[in-house]
Unconditional design. Structure first.
Length: 292
């Protein structure tokens, strides 16, 4: 029994360097991205994260076409593209009657189409699949340094901006009346969101990056209403799901990124059914108890 458990759970990471590197990268991403996802969820900006994830595609595609699998070029391109889309959507929202959500949706759709077009015309199907779905099993030193750096920066900035971010989620008007940290916290938070999406892009691709950011936070919401518990539980769910997804990919030959996100999806549906806070079963139990 112990031999079987070792063969299934430990041996892939102990014997193969590419699996160990994939695990290290996914753990770094699992520590930082769900924290951003939790605040996006509390601010009702979950779909904004999805829009920003697709907005980085043309910049990353240009970096890829210019320098190949260069982490630096793709990161700079993705950061510039994401920043431009966020700035333009905010600019249009303030100058026209269009809401920020609709302008952001418009720009991200255009941005995504442009990115796919660039790769399709100047690259190959393999290039397109690599950009859209990532290559967790092929993380190099530069990608690992990026993932670790983004994780460290996220933890540092969130610890410094924790209070204003919480206040902005609960009562932004009160925050603006007692402190000038509101705009700083908002801009810093959006920057961290873009950086985490870019880091996720390198590991699990553009289409999947937002999954590891939002799904753990959404699942954790069914287990607790306390913010500290939400943050810790979302990290734990992301780490466990990433590890399980990597193992499923290794043992059954499944594509890595979808395996990780589908594992998170299973965790979400399990939480939806079993969670102690608004889970379906607990809702039925409470209603029957009140009726009796």
């Amino acid at each position: 029994m112990l031999t079987l458990l070792h063969e299934w759970l430990i041996a892939p990471f102990a014997e193969f360097d590419f699996m160990f590197r994939a695990l290290a990268g996914c753990i770094a991403l699992s520590v930082s991205a769900p924290l951003i996802g939790t605040f996006l969820m509390l601010r009702r900006m979950s779909l904004t994260g999805d829009a920003m994830a697709h907005a980085i595609l043309p910049g990353a595609a240009l970096g890829y076409l210019v320098a190949g699998l260069s982490v630096e070029a793709m990161t700079i391109g993705g950061l510039l593209a994401g920043g431009i889309v966020v700035i333009l959507s905010g600019f249009v929202a303030r100058l026209t009657a269009s809401g920020e959500d609709s302008s952001l949706a418009a720009f991200y759709l255009i941005s995504m189409a442009l990115g796919v077009m660039l790769i399709s015309v100047h690259g190959s199907n393999v290039d397109l699949l690599h950009v859209l779905f990532g290559s967790a099993l092929a993380l190099n030193d530069a990608a690992l340094w990026l993932l670790g750096g983004v994780c460290s920066l996220t933890l540092i900035l969130l610890s410094l901006l924790y209070r204003p971010l919480v206040l902005e989620c609960l009562d932004p008007d009160f925050l603006s009346s007692v402190s000038r940290m509101g705009p700083v916290a908002h801009i810093s938070f959006l920057l961290l969101a873009v950086l985490n999406l870019i880091a996720g892009f390198h590991a699990i691709g553009t289409l999947m990056a937002v999954g590891i950011m939002i799904l753990p936070a959404a699942a954790a919401r069914y287990w607790s209403h306390r913010l500290s518990h939400l943050l810790m539980l979302s990290i734990a769910l992301a780490i466990v799901s990433s590890t399980v997804g990597l193992l499923l990919s290794y043992h059954f030959g499944w594509p890595t990124s979808p395996a990780i996100i589908l594992t998170l999806g299973v965790a979400y549906f399990a939480s939806l059914i079993l969670g102690r806070q608004s889970g379906l079963i607990w809702r039925v139990v409470r209603q029957s108890h009140l009726q009796s």
